[in-house]
Design a protein around this ligand. Structure first.
Ligand code: HEC
Length: 460
């Protein structure tokens, strides 16, 4: 986030700087173009004057100190003439005219002009090094040379264009060997740049200010935008954390429920997920269960007879068996419902191990059975007691009778003894019903002799 912010600030700064640089460049170009245009205008005006003068073969002006006769025209027969009233006139050649104009009126516009040649008629018209190289360039075909330079400590635009020899020029320059079309020399103008530069500086300042304002506005926008984004992201992270927390809590709940859970794909009947409780019951790892066909592990009896998939029940609640990893079968109470997870139709199976519950039920039934037996036995004992006492009583009475023979007496004694043995047995049996004995599984006969097998076996 912070990185993006810095990146954006960087890009924005770069855009503004590039725009500023480009605009400054543009202003500079325009200013220079304007200056060049001004120089050319001056140049054309000079050209027009020169053409005009050449067309007239020079111009006669009153000769005086300011305009002495041109010594370079001494060879011409009519250099100096007199008017009918006696005023003396002298011929001004175009270069002379221009030079005078340039010298005297340069102050007017601040634009300085100069006329020069590589082979000057007049020594003062000889070129300076800059003009010399420009003139040489003209000989090679260049039509214009300009440069921004400092003259003294002031900035100037120097521009020079060639002067081509024409028919009219030959009148005076013919003897120098020039022919029509030759480069006779050049006219140069120097345009002072200070007013342009002041203007340029102003424009650049305006550009800088406007760019600074745009830059700051953009930065403000970036700052506000990122603050808002930050807020939004913080909010989202918070929401995500919340939902993650909720999901974790849900997962924790699901996984800590004391119930085995398995998720089965409705279409493929394959196990998609199981919880740790189920793994513990199956006694294997997740990898060993996931992807397997459900009936190989859960309710094997319903292969292709699934109440939900094959018989279209929406809910199945029943006692079934699962096959653990070591192959043993464990009874479970199972509920299966159809639901959807991640857009997939699945069966959610919940089951609990009911082995202990079944055992306890069995024990209870056994106990109840035993209870009935014991109660019946108690009743029988009670009913047996009376006839036994009657038998014992009559045996006593018979034994008191002295008239019995010895044989009969011993028989009666045996009857009496057996009757008391039976009485003892029934008494033991009655006692057995009175205390809660541990029920024995499997078939074992209850020991009702009370001596747990230590009793002597009776003879006969
Ligand atoms: C009436 C005669 C005359 C005519 C026409 C004339 N010039 Fe000149 N030109 C001169 C004289 C004289 C000079 C010498 C210096 C001065 O007077 O400044 C001169 C000077 C020059 C110079 C300055 C360098 C130097 O040699 O001193 C140039 C360049 C020049 N002329 C070009 C031309 C061209 C191009 C034409 C035709 C369009 C032309 N001139 C027509 C007389 C003439």
């Amino acid at each position: 986030m912070k990185r993006y912010g810095l990146g954006l600030v960087f890009v924005w700064t770069a855009v503004i700087l590039i725009s500023l640089a480009w605009n400054i460049q543009q202003v500079r170009k325009t200013i220079r173009r304007l200056a060049v245009k001004e120089a050319r205008t001056h140049f054309r005006k000079d050209l027009a004057i020169r053409f005009w003068a050449t067309a007239h073969g020079g111009v006669y002006v009153p000769s005086n100190e300011r305009t002495p006769p041109n010594p370079h025209l001494a060879g011409l027969p009519e250099r100096d003439i007199k008017t009918p009233l006696g005023r003396s006139l002298t011929l001004m050649n175009p270069a002379y005219m221009l030079r005078q104009m340039m010298d005297e009126y340069s102050e007017l516009y601040g634009v300085k002009g100069r006329i020069t040649s590589l082979k000057p008629f007049r020594a003062e018209n000889g070129p300076d090094p800059w003009e010399k190289s420009a003139l040489e360039a003209f000989d090679r075909g260049t039509r214009e040379v300009f440069e921004f330079v400092n003259i003294g400590d002031k900035p100037y635009l120097r521009l020079i264009q060639p002067m081509v020899t024409e028919e009219g020029c030959l009148k005076c320059h013919g003897e120098q060997g020039y022919r029509v079309g030759d480069i006779r020399g050049g006219v140069g103008v120097s345009v002072p740049m200070s007013s342009y530069l002041i203007h340029e500086r102003k424009e650049i300042n305006q550009l800088a200010v406007s760019h600074a304002l745009i830059f700051l506005t953009g930065m403000g926008g970036i700052f506000l935008g990122f603050r808002k984004l930050n807020f939004y992201f913080a909010q989202r992270i918070l929401a995500e954390e919340k939902s993650e927390h909720a999901a974790r809590r849900m997962e924790h709940l699901l996984f800590s429920l004391p119930v085995c859970i398995a998720v089965i794909d409705y279409e493929t009947r394959r196990i998609l997920d199981v919880n740790p409780q189920a793994l513990a019951l199956f006694g294997c790892s997740q990898d060993q269960l996931i992807g397997k066909i459900c009936t190989d592990h859960i309710c094997p009896a319903t292969e292709n007879n699934c109440p939900i998939i094959d018989y279209k029940l929406t809910l199945d609640q029943s006692e079934r068996e699962i096959i653990t990893h070591d192959g043993s079968r464990v009874p479970v109470l199972k509920t299966g419902i159809i639901t959807e997870i991640d857009g997939k139709k699945v069966i959610l199976e919940c089951f609990i191990d009911i082995t202990d519950k079944n055992l306890a039920e069995k024990e209870l039934i056994e106990k109840e059975k035993l209870q009935v037996v014991l109660e019946v036995a108690g009743g029988v004992c009670h009913e047996f007691n009376q006839p036994l006492q009657v038998i014992s009583g009559y045996c006593e009475l018979l034994l008191n009778d002295k008239s019995l023979d010895r044989n009969a007496e011993s028989f009666i004694r045996i009857i009496g003894d057996e009757a008391s043995r039976m009485a003892a047995l029934t008494k033991n049996l009655t006692n057995l019903t009175q205390y809660e004995t541990k029920p024995y599984l499997g078939s074992k006969i209850a020991d009702i002799t009370g001596n747990s097998g230590e009793e002597d076996p009776k003879e006969g």
